[in-house]
Unconditional design. Structure first.
Length: 136
């Protein structure tokens, strides 16, 4: 049996971490289609949560006193083809490879829909105004 070296230990650790990440990603992808955004003002209970003809469903509602909106045809940043607004200011969102969504406000907390990203941003802002994000 070969001697355990630092290089072999690091390689084994990296392989284990990669296997764990693949397993976690597969579990998240498997669970994502079954998640629902719930019903609220501006959201029809009969419509599938988060999807409309293969893309996110448009929404327009007041959440915790803030107007949040989402619609197709925008999203100049990251080319998602979907725009999200908080009180009329665009919240830059991005769709991850696993189908989850993140925003510049809650970048490390992926959610299932752009509506959930807008709500998470409102929660994180805690009443502060969303400032326009300069496009490059």
């Amino acid at each position: 049996m070969p001697e355990l070296t630092r290089r072999r230990a690091l390689a084994a650790g990296a392989a284990g971490a990669a296997a764990a990440a693949v397993g976690a990603t597969a579990a998240a992808v498997a669970a994502a289609p079954h998640a629902t955004a719930g019903t609220s003002a501006g959201h029809s209970a009969a419509a599938p949560a988060g999807h409309h003809h293969g893309g996110p469903q448009p929404f327009d509602e007041v959440y915790k006193g803030r107007r949040i909106q989402g619609r197709a045809g925008g999203g100049h940043h990251h080319g998602t083809g979907y725009a999200v607004f908080v009180d009329g200011v665009e919240l830059h969102v991005m769709r991850n490879a696993d189908g989850t969504w993140i925003s510049v406000v809650s970048h490390y907390d992926p959610v299932t829909t752009p509506r959930a990203a807008a709500r998470a941003a409102v929660d994180e802002l805690q009443g502060a105004a969303l400032l326009p994000f300069p496009a490059n």
